[in-house]
Design a protein around this ligand. Structure first.
Ligand code: AP5
Ligand code: MG
Ligand code: ZN
Length: 248
């Protein structure tokens, strides 16, 4: 249990210290709302980020989406990223960190953001600490959504994405109303190149080797909250919503 001490005015205008149960997550109201959505490929980070973004009015910063946007625009960065993404490898840290640094200059990130798919290495986590420290901020929580490998593979194997707006669908459980057409923007719904079976497996291996150690990194700093990603989309959202609400 986490007790927050607040100052309240007594009947005679004097200060009293009162303790409030914040229910297990230590939030610092003085900080803006910087959260990391952490977890393996296909666990539902993007799905949940879109919901949380609306619920809490936070910027959604997905490094995967940013790379895919560069790919679509055929920028140099996009061409470089593609060579790594197509084989399920991580894009080099300096490139990824530079891209996040640029994204964080946009004013929608100043009140807080949901980082999705970043950081993925200890070097990225340390850079994020620095980027936030530059604006006098630090992370409030790392929301670790987890699920076993067979669940991840089933989700990735059926995932469909909108090429235009990035909306996420599932051929089995959440298909678009008109096949191949995005409900939100009318764009083309397609299967991501890195959702091919052999690349899915590689991405999960890369996650286990290079990204999973970050869970200990954040647990050691008292920032990690574990969420059961096997639950339904609504149930995962409710678990996340409660943590974010308390951490605010
Ligand atoms: P990225 O785009 O971040 O991919 P990822 O981490 O592999 O995660 P996914 O987007 O595949 O899964 P998700 O957790 O968002 O699941 P989703 O919500 O879509 O990265 C792609 C590549 O870019 C990397 O491989 C790397 O090359 C590069 N990259 C990105 N960031 C990088 C970084 N920081 N450093 C270096 N390289 C980087 O859901 C999946 C499916 O499951 C959907 O169909 C959805 O409908 C369904 N679903 C979701 N939740 C549930 C649920 N609770 N129940 C049932 N179905 C569900
Ligand atoms: Mg995603
Ligand atoms: Zn769309």
């Amino acid at each position: 249990m986490y007790l927050l001490q607040i100052e309240v005015f007594g009947p005679l205008g004097q200060f009293n210290l009162q303790e409030i149960d914040r229910g297990g997550v230590q939030g610092d109201p003085a900080l803006a709302d910087y959260f990391v959505l952490f977890g393996p490929p296909g666990v539902g980070k993007g799905t949940q980020a879109e919901r949380l973004k609306k619920g809490f009015n936070l910027a959604h910063v997905s490094t995967g989406d940013l790379f895919r946007d560069h790919l679509k625009r055929e920028t140099e960065l996009g061409k470089l990223a593609k060579s790594y993404m197509d084989r399920g490898a991580l894009v080099p840290d300096d490139v990824t960190i530079g891209m996040v640094r640029e994204r964080m200059k946009e004013p929608d990130t100043w009140n807080g953001m949901l980082l999705d798919g970043f950081p993925r290495t200890i070097a990225q986590a340390e850079s994020l600490d620095d980027l936030l420290a530059e604006r006098g901020e630090r992370l409030k929580q790392v929301l670790f959504i987890n699920a076993p490998k067979p669940v991840l593979l089933a989700r990735l194997g059926n995932r469909l994405s909108c090429r235009q707006c990035g909306a996420i669908y599932n051929a089995n459980t959440q298909p678009p109303k008109v096949p191949g057409v995005c409900d939100v923007c009318g764009g083309e719904v397609y299967q991501r190149a890195d959702d091919r079976p052999e690349v899915q497996l590689r991405r999960i291996d890369v996650y286990l080797e290079q990204t999973m150690p970050l869970a200990d990194y954040y647990e050691g700093r008292g920032l990690l909250t574990k969420i059961d990603g096997e639950q339904s989309i609504d149930e995962v959202y409710e678990s996340l919503r409660q943590v974010v609400e308390r951490a605010k």
